[in-house]
Design a protein around this ligand. Structure first.
Ligand SMILES: Cc1cc2nc3c(=O)[nH]c(=O)nc-3n(C[C@H](O)[C@H](O)[C@H](O)COP(=O)(O)OP(=O)(O)OC[C@H]3O[C@@H](n4cnc5c(N)ncnc54)[C@H](O)[C@@H]3O)c2cc1C
Length: 373
């Protein structure tokens, strides 16, 4: 297992994890370690134009989801947490090493070794500049949006959706948040969540076409967006908040899919599919891919099935109707269209029904949404 970064390390991303994401960490025996230094909560607040929906993903839906994807629902939890990547990635890497993987950090993959059209290994550079070749029966490209594995194979993106959000975020001390909030007012969004080191993560996003205008006065517009989207949060941040460090930015989050696997290679996580940050699902889906792929590759490596047969379930979970419907849902959300009167009436009606509210929150996280295609 190689990674060009040295850990602990951050990636340019926020880090809200849904209950299904934390359930994976629990299934892998890592949740306790994560929660030892990371605040967590059992309620998520989705606030749309002042209409507050507070709830959680119902346990029975989580269980159903895991049974459908993985054949069992052990370790399912209903918690949410926002864990800094410099905390999480180190825990994941150490766990991989403890499980027997040889982990090499500061190692950049530069090329794939191919033999008669089949990938048979990688070429790369170690931190001290040595060129190294490694042979493998399969190369897994879990190397993010700018996947070097996808580039080396010349894989094209498809179903690209250019309408997406820009996002600015930073870390604030000085006040405590009991749980996470996802706000939207008109075409602007704000997320606020407690995270590690006694800090809160505050994120502002909007339609990408407004990014240039927004960045002209970044600090001022960030504060104004907080005030506009959630006046009480804006007031609190001005009165008590202290920003720790700079604001971070992502200006392009076009969604895409890439081919999933071929001769001697397979992609996972953002390398195979990227979706806008507006529903904060990427890490949860990267965990899902890891568990599904590990099971598929195990089937193949233990000789039970041919490679493409062993990866059929992986493919159907990532490209089947439910995944496709959620891809469409996130891409539609990423357009940041202001809701019309009927939609607001609908949301306002949900407030009186906790079961429906919980179902709505589950759907926002990609659970219990069924394709109409
Ligand atoms: C602004 C923003 C906010 C987000 N907020 C959230 C959120 O709140 N919650 C959430 O769940 N998701 C969020 N996401 C999405 C999330 O960041 C990704 O979906 C997730 O990180 C994908 O994980 P991954 O392992 O596939 O890729 P990555 O996390 O990108 O990891 C890829 C790894 O590959 C390594 N690598 C890359 N190239 C090479 C190479 N050539 N050689 C060796 N190593 C290499 C990198 O060092 C890195 O460690 C957000 C994304 C953005 C842009």
């Amino acid at each position: 297992m190689v990674d060009r970064a040295n850990f602990p390390s951050d990636v340019p991303s926020t880090h809200f994890v849904w209950p299904h994401g934390l359930s994976y960490l629990n299934r892998w025996g890592l949740l306790k370690q994560v929660l030892a230094t990371t605040p967590s909560h059992t309620v998520l607040n989705v606030v749309q134009d002042g209409i507050e929906l507070s709830g959680t993903v119902p346990l029975h839906l989580l269980r159903e989801h895991f049974r459908e994807l993985h054949g069992d629902d052990s370790g399912v939890v209903q918690r949410y947490a926002s864990v800094r990547r410099r905390v999480l990635d180190k825990i994941l890497l150490d766990a991989a090493a403890d499980a027997g993987a040889q982990v090499r950090t500061g190692f950049v993959v530069e090329e794939l070794i191919q033999d008669k059209g089949r990938v048979v290994g990688i070429r790369g550079k170690t931190q001290d500049g040595r060129s190294v070749e490694e042979r493998a029966r399969v190369v897994v490209g879990a190397d993010g949006r700018n996947s070097s594995v996808a580039r080396a194979l010349g894989l094209r993106k498809h179903d690209v959706r250019h309408k997406c959000t820009f996002a600015y975020w930073g870390y604030y001390s000085g006040f405590t948040l009991p749980s996470a909030y996802m706000y939207q007012r008109g075409r602007l969004g704000v997320a606020a969540a407690p995270t590690n080191f006694g800090q809160n993560m505050l994120l502002v996003w909007g339609p990408r076409e407004l990014a240039e205008e927004f960045r002209v006065d970044l600090a001022g517009n960030f504060e104004q967006a907080l005030d506009l989207v959630s006046p009480e949060l804006g007031k609190r941040v001005r009165a008590q908040g202290k920003r720790e460090g700079r604001l971070f930015a992502t200006l392009d989050q076009s969604a895409y899919l890439r081919p999933l696997f071929g001769q001697g290679w397979v992609l996972a996580g953002d390398a195979q599919c990227f979706k806008d940050q507006c529903t904060a699902i990427g890490m949860t889906h990267a965990f899902r891919d890891a568990e599904l792929l590990a099971a598929g590759l195990d089937d193949w490596l233990s000789g039970d099935s041919a490679f493409d047969v062993a990866l059929k379930h992986y493919e159907s979970c990532l490209r089947g109707p439910a995944a496709t419907a959620y891809y469409d849902y996130v891409c539609a959300q990423a357009e940041m269209r202001a809701l019309d009167h009927d939609e607001l009436q609908f949301l306002s009606g949900l407030r009186d029904d906790q079961q429906q509210t919980d179902h709505f929150i589950a759907m926002h996280g990609g659970i219990a949404i069924h394709s109409t295609r």
